[in-house]
Ligand binder design. Structure first.
Ligand SMILES: NC(=O)c1ccc[n+]([C@@H]2O[C@H](COP(=O)([O-])OP(=O)(O)OC[C@H]3O[C@@H](n4cnc5c(N)ncnc54)[C@H](O)[C@@H]3O)[C@@H](O)[C@H]2O)c1
Length: 410
């Protein structure tokens, strides 16, 4: 049927299309299928671009250790699991190792002989704490902690000293922002190299030698690491040593600090003697931003750092092998606290913060920041806190509250 006017032409076209459809159902069906297929392909492409289909997997070796180590690490693992669940683009697998003092009492070894070899297969190590009153501390420390740190060349011990919102501080009238430094402690040699001798034991002429080892390579690399961090974060650097009394090791340290410093004219550089630094940690902590120091001094100063930034329950540490040739290890800096072990009242915040350091190490800085924000929420609300912060909550309850706050942030 032919119609001469415009309306008629439209009508004719419509009829022609309907006629075509009616006779070509299969073609239309194929066309629709093609459209759906293209759309699905596009959606998959977007998901893939965002990393959604490629699930990153991180293998974590967990060494809960002794005393409160087992209690606090359980909460950190729960936080990591929760984050992986919320994010969806990565996952963790946790393998547990029973090493520590209890293991030593049963087997005569703090860690199995093939311990390092087994741990080397992991992406990171998550450690609670080792130590028990019935095992000499130098055995538990040397045969596990130091063995791992040295064996895996974790030469950077990175300890943030930052006063989080809501955290208690024993220094009066301090601005929260004034306590915000990172201490980089040499972690592979120095005073903890384990070199020395014990001559004529028990005799009148008994002599004990404890030798510090400061190699050029070891000293240069830790100082350089600190300079790099200071430059990257646009912060000042402070070297802490004791060149006036330790006339070989620390004079050498100071020289290397100054030599390497010539390559970083853009970084403001300071040096302190360790005794003066200890005083200023308390009197004027704002002086310090990036701090680099030796193994022993770093060990002592970071406990002082913990004291001004909320206490042992809030002090986290990472043992890093920057080259990633070996796994790095993340741990709260506190010990096994035998005085409160088994009571379920230890503060899990330090171990959870060290889990945040692990996430940052894996390139997940956003999640790391979220953990810190969740801890700060718990600290400022003050309703679920452990006894060290004047609360009555259990370790588990604080862990759960941090997870709840984390979920609210997402
Ligand atoms: N990295 C480690 O594994 C490590 C570090 C330090 C000490 N240690 C060992 O731990 C054992 C105990 O050492 P210590 O008493 O000198 O130091 P510690 O850190 O275990 O305890 C010191 C004090 O801080 C308190 N404390 C520590 N962590 C706490 C937390 N999370 N919540 C609430 N309170 C907390 C303890 O109750 C104790 O009063 C020793 O055997 C020591 O060798 C191990």
């Amino acid at each position: 049927m032919l119609v001469g006017d415009e309306n008629g032409l439209y009508k004719n076209c419509l009829l022609a299309v309907l006629f075509f459809i009616g006779n070509n159902v299969t073609i239309v069906y194929i066309f629709l299928q093609l459209l759906i297929f293209c759309k699905i392909k596009f959606i998959l492409k977007v998901i893939k671009k965002k990393g959604g289909l490629k699930l990153e997997k991180y293998k974590i070796a967990v060494i809960p250790g002794d005393g409160i180590g087992t209690e606090v690490i359980a909460e950190g693992v729960k936080v990591l699991e929760k984050i992986a669940h919320i994010d969806g683009s990565f996952a963790f697998s946790f393998d547990y190792f029973p090493w520590g003092c209890e293991y030593y009492c049963k087997t005569g070894k703090v860690m199995d002989d093939d311990g390092l070899e087994r741990l080397s297969k992991f992406d990171a190590i998550y450690l609670g704490a080792v130590g028990a009153p019935n095992v000499p501390d130098h055995i538990s420390l040397r045969d596990l902690l130091i063995k791992i740190r040295q064996g895996f060349d974790q030469y950077v011990n990175l300890r943030p000293v930052k006063l989080l919102a809501g955290a208690p501080c024993p220094i009066k009238n301090i601005n929260r922002e004034d306590i915000n430094m990172v201490v980089i402690r040499e972690n592979s040699e120095g005073e903890y190299a384990g070199a020395g001798d014990w001559l004529y034991k028990g005799k009148e002429q008994e002599v004990v030698l404890q030798t510090s080892v400061f190699s050029r390579k070891g000293t240069e690399r830790i100082i350089r690491y600190a300079y790099e961090l200071a430059r990257h974060e646009n912060k000042t650097i402070t070297s802490i040593s004791k060149g006036n009394a330790l006339n070989y090791s620390m004079v050498f340290w100071d020289e290397v600090f100054s030599e390497v410093g010539k390559e970083y004219p853009d970084v403001k550089q300071y040096t302190y003697l360790v005794d003066a630094a200890a005083m200023f940690f308390v009197k004027d902590p704002a002086r310090f931003q990036v701090v680099v120091t030796s193994n022993l001094f770093g060990d002592i100063l970071t406990d002082l750092g913990a004291a001004i930034a909320g206490g042992m329950g809030l002090a986290a540490g990472a043992n890093i092998n920057p080259e990633k040739k070996y796994p790095s290890m993340f741990e709260p800096i506190h010990g096994s606290a035998p005085d409160i072990a088994g009571k379920g009242i230890a503060n899990p915040m330090a171990s959870i913060w060290s889990a945040a350091q692990m996430l940052e190490f894996f390139g997940k800085k956003e999640w790391s920041n979220k953990i810190i924000r969740a801890i700060e929420k718990v600290l400022t609300e003050k309703t679920v806190l452990t006894a060290d912060f004047g609360g009555k909550a259990s370790t588990k309850a604080v862990g759960e509250e941090i997870i709840r706050q984390l979920s609210l942030l997402c």
